[in-house]
Design a protein around this ligand. Sequence first.
Ligand code: NAP
Ligand code: G4F
Length: 353
Amino acid sequence: MGKRALITGITGQDGAYLAKLLIEKGYEVYGTFRRVSTPNFWRLQYLGIVDKVNFIPCEMTDMSSMVAALKIAEPDEVYHLAAMSFVGASFENPIATLEINTIGTAIVLEAVRQICPDAKVYIAATSEMYGATGYEVKRPLKEEDFFKPLSPYAVSKLAAYWLGRIYREAYDMYVVNGILFNHESPLRGLEFVTRKISNEVAKISLGLSKELRLGNIEAKRDWGYAPEYVYGMWLMLQQKEPDDFILATGEAHSVKEFVIRAFEVVGIDDWEKYVVIDKKLFRPLDVPCLIGDYSKAKKKLGWKPQVKFNELVKIMVEEDLKRWERWLNGERFPWDAPLYPSEMKIISKVIRA
Ligand code: NAP
Ligand code: G4F
């Protein structure tokens, strides 16, 4: 019999790619989603897997809905991805960020401990936890390096990371922390800088937009390709012993380099003509530079990033260009029209329209 997996945050970028991977591996996939006024399943529709997932309504701050989800899914593996994941917004909503990300993780761990303690648990930790690195990191960051968070988001994730380690040691549970550096794709949310750039540059090249408005373009990030990172998550749960791993590319590039490369993909050299620096888009504190050392994952998991910076930018810009060209030709997509809950496999005690 195939394995069963529960993914929290299945409607997000990583949740969608991970669901696809697990379905291809023969898993029975259960995914939690939260109630919003308009259902947000576009990524799963985009990947063509919306009818292959069992959906369970679940709000991360509500333990009873997590308990119900675990009882329904009876998972062998739990991938806890749901989070308030936008660092900038965590300065506006620090308390909700802590509730969703930290209390939400405590709820997952405690519910697993009580209901299915043998299930393996993946916790979505982050390079943002390293925080105050300086613009020139002397060497790529390692798992054992010091954390000095610079945002409410980073604090919420650092607390979740430690909860994961505590549950692993105190209760002998299989809990891993994936310390993932930034990973992007055409399914990235539009508020994150890479997709904001790829989408706007595609529009500019088609005459649909005139400017790209950005904040701190000197910040550097280690950007990888999301489908490869969800494969790394899966590998982490296939080991004999639970452990924490960094996934990264080992290279850092500035936001400015991303902009230049994106314009290069569409054949525009005078990129400065279009870029407006807007002080309102600067964060109260910003992590200057992140570069990760993935040698532990390479050695123990056999994981290695394939898609590097130049190719990543090309993939993203070309996909956004294709979307806008098709849109200009009058084509509309299934994911432009929201699905009704009755069209999906929703497992819930509550009857939905
Ligand atoms: P994402 O696209 O923002 O997806 C976040 C998911 O969490 C969405 O499904 C969202 O639901 C759900 N969610 C948010 N608040 C919730 C709540 N209160 N109750 C229930 N569900 C809620 O994020 P991602 O890029 O896939 O990242 C996945 C995880 O990895 C996150 O925990 C993130 O913090 C972490 N991470 C990401 C990166 C990266 O570079 N992508 C790097 C390191 C760590 P809606 O669709 O309804 O909004
Ligand atoms: O794309 P970002 O918003 O990603 P950030 O803050 O690095 O966070 C992402 O990666 C983390 C892993 O390190 C995840 F944990 C987290 O969930 C998320 O996925 O911003 C990247 C950089 C920042 O320095 C920001 O200040 O780009 C800079 N930036 C400059 N202009 C901008 C903009 N960021 C955004 N979102 N929008 C701008 O206009």
